[in-house]
Write a new protein. Sequence first.
Length: 459
Amino acid sequence: MSNQPFGFSSPGDDDPAGAHDPAPGAGSFDLSQLGSMLSQLGQMMSQAGAKGQTGPVNYDLARQMAMSQVPASHPVASVDLGAVRDAMALAEVWLDGVTAFPIGATTVTAWTPREWIDKTMPVWERLASPIAERVSKAWVEGLPDEARAQAGPLLAMMGSMGGMAFGSQLGQGLAQLAVEVLTSTDIGLPLGPEGTAALLPRAMAELSASLDVPEDQVRLYLAAREAAHHRLFRHVPWLSDRIVELISAYAGAITVDFSAMEELASSIDLSNPVSVESALSKGMFEPSATVGQQRALTTLETLLALVEGWVDAVVADAVGARLPGADALHETMRRRRATGGPAEQTFATLIGLQLRPRRLRAAADLWRGLKASRGIGGRDALWAHPDLLPATADLDDPAAFIARDREFAELLAGAGEWGDGASVDDKDGVGSDTGGTGSSDASGTGGSGAPGTDDGTVG
C-alpha cells in the first residue's frame, strides 16, 4: 500500500495505461485528484451541522468519505462465510479448555472492507467523540484574545471547522484501515455490533499468501484470536467503558497550537509538491502531551497490552501443536502490533492517539506466569476489577509481580482466609481467592490446560 498522503498518488496510479501526464514540475502531485478533493471539501462544508448530526462531527459524512475511497467488491461468498463459521466453531472448542471465560460471540460472520466500515462506525463514534468534542472546542479556545474578540459570530464556524476537519480525517483513516484489518478485534477491542465476531476473507487470503501458510490455518488462528477477544470483553463488563474513559481523559487536555500551525504554513512551498506532502503527512493535532495526558495514555497502553498479552497467551495454549504454521502466525501478529502497519501509523497521526500496546511480550509472559502460579481460573479472576490487574511498572518485572502475588496468597492461606483451602499451585484455580482478587464468574469454571484430545488438528 502506498504511504503517500491523502489526495496524492504516483503518476499512473489512476491511469493504468499511463495516458495521463502530470503537469510539468508537478512531481508526484496528481492534478486529476484536485476535483475530487474540492468536491469532498464542498461536501464537508454543505453537511456541517446537517440534520441528524448530534455532535461536532458528522459521522455519516465520515462514513461516506471512507466508503468512497475503498474499492467496491463482491459480497462475501457463501463458501467463505461457511469456512469462517466452521473455523470459529472449532476455535471455540479449543478455547474452552484454556480459559475460564465462556463463549462471548453470539453471531459469526464475514465482512468486506466496506462492510467493516459500516458495521464498526457506531463504535468508532463512541471512541472518537471525546476527542472530536474537545478538538472542536480547542479551535476556538486556541485563538488569541484579540482574534477571538474580532471573530464574533465566526466563533461558531470555527468550532464547526474543527469538527469537519476531524470528521474528514476520521474518514480518511478508516478507509486505509478497512483494507488492512483482518478481524473485528484487530485494534485490540471488538468494533462490530455487540456479540458479533467477524473475519475479513480478502485480507486473510493476502496474509496467507505473504507468509506462505495455508489459508485454512490462517483462518483458524485468526478465528481463535477473534473468539478470545470476544470472551474477554463479553465477560469483563467494565473493560470497554474503561477504555473509553481513558480516551476521554486523554482528550480533555487537547489544544490546537496556532503558533505551530502558523509555523507549519510558513514552511509550505506551494510550488514544491514534496513540501506540501510533508506538511499534510504531519497531521493537524499533534500537541505536546501534558502530564495528565501522558498518564492516561500510559494507562491505556498498559491496559491494551494486558488485553493483547492475555489473548496471545490463551491462543498459544489453544492452538498448541494443532496448527503447524502457528509459530509463524504468532510472530507475525506480534510484529504487526509492535511496529504498526502503514494504516495504524496514519490513524495514530490523524487521531493523535496511539491505540497500540507497546509491551505485548512482557504482558504475555506475565499471564503465562500467572497461569502457572494461580491456575486458569485464578489467572482470569484478576479481570474482576481494574485495580486487581498488574500496573505499568509490573510489566517491567513480571516475575516480581508473580512472586508478590504468591506471597500474598500464602499470607492469606496462613491466616485461614484461603477459602476452601485450595493450594496456590492448584492448576484449576477453582474457587480460589488468590491475591485478594475476590471471586468472579471466571473463577471456578476453568479447565486444566489444553483439551486432552487432538480432535480437529490441522495437518
